[in-house]
Design a protein around this ligand. Structure first.
Ligand code: HEC
Ligand code: HEC
Length: 272
């Protein structure tokens, strides 16, 4: 198993996460489309959840690509007393007296089928500037024969707050709001970065949000996705700042991400 980290983490109410990847011997990840990597049958991935005050993890999530090309997805809750985990395909709420929920298999699919091929973290932007065993992650995966070609690291376009906001939205929203997965046709807005993005203005995050009317107008009338200089009437920010049926992301979080909100707010305030 290869332990990996992602450059921009999905906000999960502040819990600590660890991630691992394992490919079947002799297989490689197909990166022909740099924006949508395709994984070999038999690929396995794990993500483990814990809090700093707990000695052991409380949930481990598992993805495996089946011979059919579909992914099996399930969350396992740790039973600390017996040192075993129990599969929870139906999901569990508030485990180990925390607010943490194990998502149901159906909920795993809502997020993970949003990308073209099931796995979200192992990808161009997310592995850039990360390390595997102390070496640059993308180069190391290639050196171990797990990537089909050598790939250069990439940064989200822009600098400072602009770059931070683009990375944040890519990681927290782009796995649903893109052109290839389950939600590709639900709204025209796209919040995923592409390998071909060179400037902030060339990204979908600018071209499909700035001054654009939302397909879904919320009660109260916040109808524009991003209004330059005005976060409060920008539906993108407005829905990030909610935790109810209209919240974004729609699942996987009960607490506001104050740092993420501050980043996106500063970005919108700086837009002209
Ligand atoms: C709210 C959306 C969401 C839900 C629900 C969700 N995931 Fe994920 N998952 C993500 C995102 C985004 C990443 C990558 C970013 C990260 O790890 O911080 C990820 C990462 C992972 C990883 C590490 C490999 C990878 O694809 O990056 C595994 C394994 C995983 N999830 C399994 C599951 C399983 C199993 C379930 C259901 C029990 C589940 N996830 C539910 C969004 C979600
Ligand atoms: C699990 C998939 C998923 C994730 C993750 C997600 N969204 Fe959404 N989003 C949807 C779906 C489905 C809709 C359409 C239904 C609706 O409007 O509620 C939507 C609609 C929207 C809309 C309305 C667009 C329009 O034209 O009407 C905005 C704005 C939005 N999302 C912002 C975000 C932001 C910002 C994030 C990240 C912080 C995010 N979303 C993460 C699934 C997702």
């Amino acid at each position: 198993m290869i332990a990996f980290t992602v450059r921009y983490e999905l906000w999960s109410d502040g819990v600590t996460k660890k991630r691992w990847l394992k490919l079947p011997p002799g297989t490689k990840i197909d990166t022909t489309d740099p924006d949508h990597w395709v994984f070999p049958v038999g690929t396995k991935l794990w993500k483990e959840f814990s809090t700093p005050d707990m000695l052991r993890p409380f949930e481990t999530r598992y993805l495996v690509k089946l011979p059919s090309g579909k992914w099996d997805m399930v969350g396992y809750a740790w039973q600390h007393e017996a040192d075993v985990t129990i599969a929870a395909p139906g999901g569990l709420t508030d485990i180990h007296a925390t607010k943490h929920d194990v998502p149901s298999t159906e909920q795993c699919h809502v997020c993970h089928d949003g990308v073209k091929d099931g796995a979200i973290g192992p990808s161009l932007y997310q592995l850039s500037k990360q390390q595997i065993d102390g070496k640059p992650a993308l180069a190391e995966l290639f050196a171990r024969g797990l990537l089909d070609k050598k790939i250069d690291e990439i940064d989200p376009p822009g600098t400072g707050t602009v770059q931070d906001a683009l990375g944040y939205l890519h990681a927290n929203c782009g796995h649903c709001h893109n052109d290839a997965g389950l939600w590709a046709t639900v709204v025209p807005m796209r919040l995923r970065l592409r390998a071909s993005d060179t400037t902030p203005e060339s990204t979908w995050i600018y071209s499909t949000t700035l001054g654009k009317k939302a397909k879904h107008v919320l009660p109260g009338g916040v109808d524009t996705i991003v209004v330059a200089g005005n976060p409060d009437v920008s539906q993108l920010y407005f829905r990030m700042a909610k935790r109810d049926l209209e919240q974004m992301p729609p699942l996987g979080t009960e607490d506001l991400d104050s740092k993420g909100l501050a980043t996106v707010k500063a970005w919108i305030l700086g837009l002209k």
